[in-house]
Design a binder for this molecule. Structure first.
Ligand code: PGA
Length: 278
């Protein structure tokens, strides 16, 4: 008999270089207050602040309310790597998630799929959630090779990850052309098609059961209007938001609208599974 879906909405933000320690603490405190009534059994909420804010942020909120992530991490646990931050140091300040391969790291700071692969394995070995960001450029899209590019990104970064470790992998699909000030958000249909292909690759790598369970989030110019349309799509499991989530009030509004749509989606899919089992 097929099990019904008990999926949680996963929703979070990366604050990039926008908030200092005091601003991060205020933001997280306000966000936590505004979302207190939302059962964390049905939603995982995360914030990825600056490295310098992580320790104070962790002291200000429990991981049962808000998971905290680092925007990057060294692939080495120890060693002479000036300027890098080790996973051990991130554990020390209570980090839960490591963001790996964000578009800005790949395209401005020169990170490759091979580096992403080392970081994924280091993050998993150190018991973090590895949030792997992938996505095609506008050139790839125009050449109609987006799915091929993302298959390469996934297969390279996840090479050598065991099925058991894969349970701590999250993927964020963030088309490069959709991110930031000049970004054009992907249409829900386009994003859902890419998510479907991403899930097929994850199934190819890890098999049906594990591959299907890896959450795939959408990011890139998510706003109050498109958030609900995106989350309504069958293959979009969560949202990874930049600018529109940087005030607690806006983020809370997006969370509430997205959660309502997400609940309906899960309940419809469970009704479908139950009726298929009759
Ligand atoms: P944006 O950022 O929502 O401001 O486009 C998304 C991201 O960088 O992950």
């Amino acid at each position: 008999m097929m099990a019904t879906r008990k999926k949680k909405l996963i929703i979070g933000t990366n604050t990039k270089m926008t908030k200092n320690i005091a601003e991060t603490i205020n933001f997280i405190g306000e966000l936590n207050g505004l979302t207190q009534d939302i059962d964390r059994q049905e939603m995982t909420l995360f914030v990825i602040p600056s490295y310098t804010s992580l320790e104070s942020a962790r002291k200000s909120v429990g991981r049962d309310s808000i998971l905290l992530g680092a925007q990057n991490m060294s692939w080495a646990d120890h060693g002479a790597f000036t300027g890098e931050i080790s996973p051990i140091m991130l554990q020390e300040v209570g980090t839960d998630i490591i963001e790996i391969g964000h578009s800005e790291r790949r395209h401005i700071l020169g990170e490759t799929d091979e580096v992403a692969s080392l970081k994924v394995k280091t993050a998993l070995k150190n018991k973090f959630i590895a949030l792997l960001c992938i996505g095609e450029t506008i050139e790839h899209k125009n050449l109609d090779i987006s799915d091929e590019i993302m298959a390469i990104q996934l297969k390279t970064a996840l090479k050598g990850v065991s099925k058991d470790q894969a349970k701590a992998v999250w993927v964020a699909y963030e088309p490069v052309w959709a991110i930031g000030e000049n970004g054009i958000p992907a249409t829900p249909k386009y994003a859902d098609e890419r998510h479907h292909k991403i899930k097929q690759v994850l199934i190819e790598i890890f098999g049906d059961e594990i591959g299907m369970e890896i959450p795939v989030l959408y990011g890139g110019s998510v706003n109050h209007v498109n958030a609900v349309e995106l989350i309504a799509m069958p293959n979009i499991d969560g949202l990874f938001i930049g600018r529109s989530a940087w005030t607690a009030k806006n983020f809370n509004e997006i969370i509430r609208d997205a959660l309502e749509v997400f609940r309906n989606k899960v309940s419809c899919s469970n009704q479908f599974i139950s009726s298929a089992n009759i």
